[in-house]
Design a protein around this ligand. Structure first.
Ligand SMILES: NC(=O)c1ccc[n+]([C@@H]2O[C@H](COP(=O)([O-])OP(=O)(O)OC[C@H]3O[C@@H](n4cnc5c(N)ncnc54)[C@H](OP(=O)(O)O)[C@@H]3O)[C@@H](O)[C@H]2O)c1
Length: 345
C-alpha cells in the first residue's frame, strides 16, 4: 500500500517497543500475539475525544501492543471505531502496517436490514469489505464470525470465512462467543477447507468462568487454536475503581449500556474487596492480578483489554512482572471469584 499523502504527523514509534512485552504463539499457527491486545469496543466512538483515543492507540503500540481488535459495530455510532482507527493508520501508523495485527468481526446486528446481521455469506463478506474501506487497508489480519448464528448453516458461515482468506482480504480467521461444541465443528470444517481456525475470542475473567466450565480451554488445546480473551477485567469491575462504593466520574459504569451502576452491589464489592486483598498481599493491584490470572492458562494467547487512558495501559501491562500465582493463591481466588459476579451472563 502506498503511503498516503496525508502521512506525516509527528509520531515516532518508540525504538524499544519490542523489548518488554511478552509475545505468545497462537495455537498451532506460526503467529505470535502480544500478551495484551487493545480493543476499541468502548470509548473509541465519536463520544470520546479523538486526541485521547489517538494517544491510547499510539501508546499501546509504543508498549509493544501490536494487536488491535475492532468490529463493524464498535462506536457509537456503529462503525465509528473502525473509521477512527483508519485515520490513525493513515496518519500515524502507515509505515508500520506490516507490524500490526488488525482484527475485525461481523455477524452481530448493525441494523434492521436482514443483510446487516447474522452469519450469512452476504452479511459477513459485505461487512468485511465495508470494514476494509473504513480501516483504509487492503486486508485484515484476523476476520471473525462475531457470534454463532443458529439460523444459518455453519457451513455457510465457515465458507464465508474461507472466502475471506482465499480472496486475500484476511490472513487468518477466528470465531467469537461460540460454545465449545460449535467451535469444534467450525474448526473441523475450516481444517477440511485448508484454512485452520487461528483463534477463538470468548469472554473470560475471574468473574466469568464459562471457558473453563464449558470446555473451551480444553478444546483449544485439542483443536490447536488460541484464545484471545475479552473483558478480562470484567469491564473494570476487577480493578479497584468501584471498591469504595462510589463510581468515579467518567467510569464505564456511568456511561455504557453494557455496565451499569446496578451491577455494582454489595455482593460484588465484598468479593472484589477480598480479591483486592489477595492482590495487595502480592504487592500488585487487583487489575494486575486479574490479568495475570487469565494469562496463567497456556491456551490463552492474549488478554484483550480496553483502556480509557494511557495510565491504564502502563499499569496493566506490568501484570506479568509479578511472580506466578501459587496453588494456594489460585484456590483463594476461586473462593471469591464466583462466576457471574457483577457481569451479565
Ligand atoms: N467478541 C466480543 O463479543 C467482545 C465483547 C466485548 C469486548 N470485546 C473486545 O474486548 C475488548 C476489551 O473489552 P473490555 O473493554 O470490556 O475489557 P476490560 O479490560 O475488562 O475493561 C476495560 C475497561 O476497564 C477500565 N480499566 C482498565 N484498566 C483499568 C485500571 N487499571 N484501573 C481502573 N480501571 C481500568 C476502563 O474503563 P473506564 O476507565 O472507562 O471505566 C477500561 O476501558 C473490547 O474493546 C473488544 O475489542 C469483544
Amino acid at each position: 500500500m502506498a503511503v498516503p499523502e496525508s502521512y506525516g504527523t509527528t509520531y515516532q514509534a518508540a525504538e524499544d517497543r519490542y523489548e518488554n512485552l511478552e509475545y505468545r504463539r497462537t495455537g498451532n499457527s506460526g503467529l505470535d500475539l502480544p500478551a495484551f491486545s487493545l480493543g476499541l469496543w468502548q470509548k473509541f466512538g465519536t463520544d470520546y475525544p479523538a486526541d485521547v483515543q489517538r494517544d491510547i492507540v499510539l501508546h499501546a503500540f509504543d508498549l509493544g501492543i501490536t494487536h488491535f481488535d475492532n468490529a463493524n459495530r464498535y462506536g457509537p455510532p456503529h462503525r465509528a471505531a473502525e473509521k477512527f482507527f483508519g485515520t490513525v493508520l493513515r496518519k500515524d501508523l502507515a509505515h508500520h502496517r506490516d507490524e500490526l495485527i488488525l482484527s475485525t468481526k461481523a455477524g452481530n446486528p448493525l441494523g434492521p436490514s436482514p443483510y446487516l446481521k447474522g452469519g450469512s455469506r452476504k452479511s459477513l463478506l459485505s461487512s468485511l469489505d465495508h470494514s476494509l474501506r473504513d480501516l483504509g487497508t487492503d486486508y485484515v489480519d484476523i476476520f471473525y464470525s462475531h457470534r454463532p448464528d443458529p439460523s444459518t448453516p455453519l457451513e455457510e458461515t465457515v465458507g464465508a470465512l474461507v472466502s475471506a482468506v482465499q480472496s486475500g482480504k484476511a490472513l487468518y480467521v477466528g470465531v467469537s462467543n461460540y460454545p465449545a461444541e460449535t467451535a469444534h465443528q467450525a474448526a473441523e470444517l475450516l481444517r477440511a477447507a485448508g484454512v485452520p481456525l487461528l483463534v477463538h475470542q470468548p469472554r473470560y475473567s475471574i468473574f466469568d468462568r464459562r471457558p473453563e466450565t464449558g470446555g473451551l480451554i480444553k478444546l483449544a488445546a485439542e483443536d490447536g487454536f488460541g484464545l484471545v480473551v475479552y473483558s478480562p477485567l470484567a469491564q473494570g469491575l476487577l480493578t479497584n475503581k468501584y471498591l469504595d462504593g462510589t463510581i468515579p466520574a467518567g467510569a464505564r459504569a456511568l456511561n455504557s449500556t453494557f455496565l451499569s451502576a446496578d451491577d455494582i452491589d454489595d455482593t460484588y464489592r465484598e468479593r472484589a474487596g477480598a480479591l483486592d486483598e489477595i492482590a495487595r498481599e502480592r504487592g500488585q493491584s487487583l487489575a494486575q492480578l486479574a490479568l495475570q490470572w487469565v494469562l496463567r492458562q497456556p491456551q490463552v494467547t492474549s488478554a484483550l483489554i480496553g483502556a480509557s487512558s494511557t495510565w491504564q495501559l502502563d499499569h496493566n501491562v506490568r501484570a506479568l512482572e509479578f511472580p506466578p500465582l501459587t496453588d494456594e493463591e489460585l484456590a483463594l481466588i476461586d473462593r471469591h471469584g464466583i462466576h457471574g459476579t457483577g457481569v451479565r451472563v
